[in-house]
Write a protein that binds this ligand. Structure first.
Ligand code: GLU
Length: 560
């Protein structure tokens, strides 16, 4: 036994397995040629950032396009960052947007797949096995330096104006003999395990990043920590071990990790692993005071995926918009293929922007309106009902009480060539349907500036006389037009435009008076359809209420 082997046995008496056994247990995957294996590897903080959803979508697309696998690994080696139920928050966030991983942690302490455990805290022995191997080869060593010692080293480095960190001559424990190290361990001194780096900062590594292109950086020469004093691995070491054993082919992650790439490249090398391909994703940006900055978890509510769930943005809207940010040619493809599912889009890393894409809320909302405009009334009803069940009890009760009535409301102006783009999120449905429900309806009869209350009252009185709830749309509109001349309005819009000074207004203004009286809105879907659905009695009642109001009497609540 060499000194290093003895040290390894002393440091890791608990490790029963070997790298060979692990390699056999987790063999290369049998997947089609070129299949990509990707993963999302969050800490269980419960917080799912929209940027993480973005990256997970890239993971999903990259895997799906190649017949590969997208799996979920939970990186819970930093106990400080963990929150209760953090895993289920992440999984439900992914699932809410249709990004359920193919493999890995599935929640409730369960997992699926042959490459687990997928929760790092359950992989302790695996990391320790590879760590032991490195110690045996003299490629890793225990370090006993206290925080104070590390501060001292740093202060000295600052004084001498040299690079800071634990490396080369500064790495005190690196220079202890294996016997000295063993003795310190036997004394019971706490230690971390460090890499004995063979890197040289004057040499360079080159990585061909799938998004950023060629990345050139100095080699790592730091003796970075592999195992912390609690025996759990650092992110760096766990990344190398896990992505190797889980046979990840493409590591797609935030570009804040580029700075650590030299460490990772060295780790894959010393462990004897083939490095995966890397795709470093730039963070999503937000416009702020004329400039751009990263979407911030602290400042921006929309940084949290939960925001989109709570507001009731369909998962489809979010994915549709994210895909426009993921691949620059997506919008063009969508225009050419309006009816194809997103999964038919040929995703490509090359079409990803190396710099941060702008998350443009107004644009996203527009996309969402299009998505909802294309849904059937039944879909809108079902999805709103499901959202309201969690977030709006009152709306839920109303929608559930009379589903057919609700569907009829939602059917108005839906399904034609040019559906209205009124709704972007389910939380807007309440306002959208408000005037159909007396329980919700709060009248507001404020007239446009060009209409005097007395004129409006006169028009409405006359209309009430001739209103017939049985009219079809044509007859209904003919009556409104017929009403115009008696009150100085013209039924002909063109004539009005030619001589605006001669007229009080045109048929549109008369319609507005009626629309306001019935719905308290100046802009609604098809008013005829609305009035039919409200029914003759309710319409009459509302007209009467408004007339009293315009005539100066107290308004009566619209409810009937
Ligand atoms: N746990 C790391 C993080 O949350 C994962 C980074 C990676 O994807 O490798 O940032």
């Amino acid at each position: 036994m060499t000194d290093y082997e003895m040290l390894a046995a002393l440091l890791f008496p608990d490790v029963a397995t070997t790298p060979e056994l692990l390699e056999g247990k987790y063999p290369p995957r049998t997947l089609p040629e070129g299949a990509r294996v990707t993963r999302f590897a969050p800490s269980p903080t419960g917080f799912l950032h929209i940027g993480s959803l973005f990256t997970s979508y890239v993971d999903r697309l990259a895997a799906a396009a190649s017949g590969g696998v997208f799996y979920l690994r939970i990186e819970d080696t930093d106990k400080k960052r963990e929150v209760e139920d953090g895993v289920s928050g992440i999984i439900s966030g992914l699932c809410a947007f249709g990004l359920k991983p193919d493999e890995g942690v599935t929640g409730d302490g369960k997992e699926e797949g042959l490459y687990g455990p997928y929760q790092q805290s359950a992989r302790r022995e695996i990391y320790r096995c590879f760590a032991k191997e490195l110690v045996k080869k003299g490629l890793a060593y225990p370090c006993f330096c206290s925080d104070e010692t590390l501060d001292e080293i740093r202060a000295e480095q600052e004084g001498k104006n040299v690079n800071k960190g634990y490396y080369g001559p500064w790495a005190r424990c690196r220079h202890l003999t294996p016997q000295q190290q063993a003795a310190a361990v036997q004394e019971g001194r706490p230690f971390v395990l460090r890499l004995r780096s063979s890197g040289d900062e004057n040499r360079r590594i080159t990585v061909e990043d799938l998004i950023k292109g060629k990345i050139e950086m100095p080699e790592n020469n730091m003796d970075i920590v592999l195992l912390k004093s609690d025996g759990l691995p650092t992110y760096h070491f766990a990344h190398a071990v896990d992505d190797h054993l889980m046979r990840t082919t493409h590591v797609i992650r935030g570009d804040e990790w580029i700075a650590s790439l030299p460490v990772h490249i060295e780790l894959f090398k010393v462990c004897g692993f083939k490095a995966p391909k890397f795709a470093h994703v730039a963070p999503l940006m937000k416009e702020d005071e004329g400039g751009k900055r990263k979407l911030s978890k602290r400042k921006d509510p929309e940084a949290a995926v939960s925001y989109f769930i709570e507001k009731g943005f369909p998962g489809d809207s979010v994915l549709e918009y994210l895909l426009t940010l993921i691949n620059s040619n997506y919008e063009e493809w969508r225009r050419a293929n309006p009816d194809l599912p997103r999964s038919a889009f040929p995703f490509s890393f090359r079409k990803m922007s190396p710099s941060g894409a702008l998350f443009d809320m107004p644009k996203f909302i527009d996309v969402s309106k299009n998505i909802i405009a294309a849904m059937t009334a039944e879909e809108v009803y079902d999805k709103t009902l499901a959202w309201a069940a969690v977030y709006d009890e009152e709306l839920h009760a109303l929608l559930a009480k009379n589903p057919e009535y609700a569907r009829q409301i939602l059917r108005i102006d839906r399904g034609g060539e040019k559906p209205r783009k009124d709704i972007a999120q389910w939380s807007e449905v309440k306002a959208y349907v408000e005037y159909f429900y007396d329980e919700l309806y709060v009248p507001d009869y404020t007239l446009p500036d060009n209409t005097a209350p007395a004129d409006a009252a006169a028009v409405l009185k006359a209309y009430l006389e001739i209103f017939d709830a049985a009219d079809d749309k044509e007859a209904w509109f003919a009556r409104i037009k017929a009403l115009c001349p008696a009150f100085g309005y013209t039924p002909n819009v063109k004539e009005y435009k030619l001589h605006p000074e001669q007229f009080k207004g045109h048929v549109g203004d008369v319609s507005t008076i009626i629309r306001l009286a019935v719905t308290s809105r100046r802009n609604t879907p098809d008013l005829h359809a609305i009035m039919r659905l409200l029914g003759g009695e309710r319409v009459r009642q509302r007209l009467q209420n408004v007339i009293r109001y315009y005539e100066g009497n107290e308004p009566v609540r619209a409810a009937t």
